[in-house]
Ligand binder design. Structure first.
Ligand SMILES: [Zn+2]
Length: 304
């Protein structure tokens, strides 16, 4: 026990925490009733409270470019100021409506990792469509005829979780699996579940000087389940689309669903990105983290 403690102390001494990349998706007041979706949501008040707390505790809020060029490679003692960069994945419109005003108010740099198919479109956000199906149906009937009965909220929560697990455990991409399993509900596919950002909103946020846009692929697939040419297309094409729209280089990437392997990482590196982030892993430590597998702190708002 004592040896473990000493080893930990020595490790911390040589690999001090340099800071945190916060991993967020949505900022809104109306939360999902299902934990799997609610975990992607925080309220504007919670975001503001967190920012105030960390500012008061002497953290530097800096851009992802500064994290990469100044902080990751620099040794800083544990008593020196740590960094925070706030990041959002996917590209929901509530970033613009609810988070951006707060970030502007406190002069906070932030990163949005965009899935380019989400912008200016109505993408099939399968986890939100599934939520709508489970909430409105007493019996969810899969394409195969298998029935999940969920007349009340308790059973709906359980069925939602089971169906998410079922989708993730299939070998295909989750969106394709969803389409295949839920062919009885195609009319739901067309319903608007959430607004996504427009290029106009993205350009405005970039012009403010606070926002850096990174890539989160084109279609938000599980990259580790795709053919190499498909992986390349997702990683290169999204970079090209954003660069063309913003007229600036895109240097940062995050892996959809946090699925990572070395082959995918190599393609990210070869495509000219400087960093790539996972959706978990905690704080960034000196001389420990692979910049193509950066850990992030997943911010979850506890229910009150
Ligand atoms: Zn994502």
């Amino acid at each position: 026990m004592l040896i473990k403690k000493i080893k930990r102390r020595i490790y911390n001494l040589f690999h001090p925490i340099q800071g945190e990349l916060w991993c967020l998706h949505r900022v809104l007041n109306e939360k999902s009733v299902f934990d799997e979706n609610k975990d992607l949501e925080i309220s504007p008040d919670y975001l503001e409270t967190k920012i105030k707390h960390y500012k008061a505790n002497n953290f530097d809020f800096i851009s992802i470019d500064d994290v990469y060029s100044k902080r990751l490679s620099e040794f800083r003692y544990c008593w020196q100021k740590k960094f925070i960069n706030i990041t959002f994945d996917d590209g929901f419109e509530d970033i613009y409506n609810n988070a951006y005003p707060i970030l502007k108010k406190y002069n906070i740099p932030f990163t949005i990792y965009l899935s380019t198919d989400f912008v200016d479109r109505k993408p099939l956000i399968w986890w939100l469509v599934l939520e709508r199906i489970v909430l409105t149906k007493e019996n969810v009937v899969l394409s195969s005829g298998v029935i999940y009965t969920c007349p009340d909220i308790i059973s709906k929560r359980s069925v939602f979780k089971q169906l998410c697990d079922l989708i993730y455990n299939e070998p295909d991409n989750p969106a394709d699996t969803f389409r295949r399993l839920f062919s009885n509900y195609v009319s739901y596919f067309e319903e608007k579940t959430a607004n996504t950002l427009t290029w106009e909103q993205i350009l405005e946020m970039c012009d403010s000087g606070f926002c850096t846009i990174g890539s989160h692929t084109v279609t938000h697939p599980v990259l580790t389940r795709q053919q190499e040419n498909e992986v390349r297309r997702e990683i290169e094409e999204s970079k090209r689309i954003i660069e063309k729209k913003l007229q600036q280089e895109v240097l940062h990437f995050s892996y959809p669903y946090s699925f990572w392997n070395e082959q995918v990482q190599d393609i990210v590196l070869e495509s000219g990105y400087k960093t790539a982030a996972m959706g978990y892993g905690g704080s960034c430590r000196y001389n420990k983290d692979n910049v193509y597998k950066l850990p992030r702190v997943y911010l979850v708002e506890e229910s009150t």
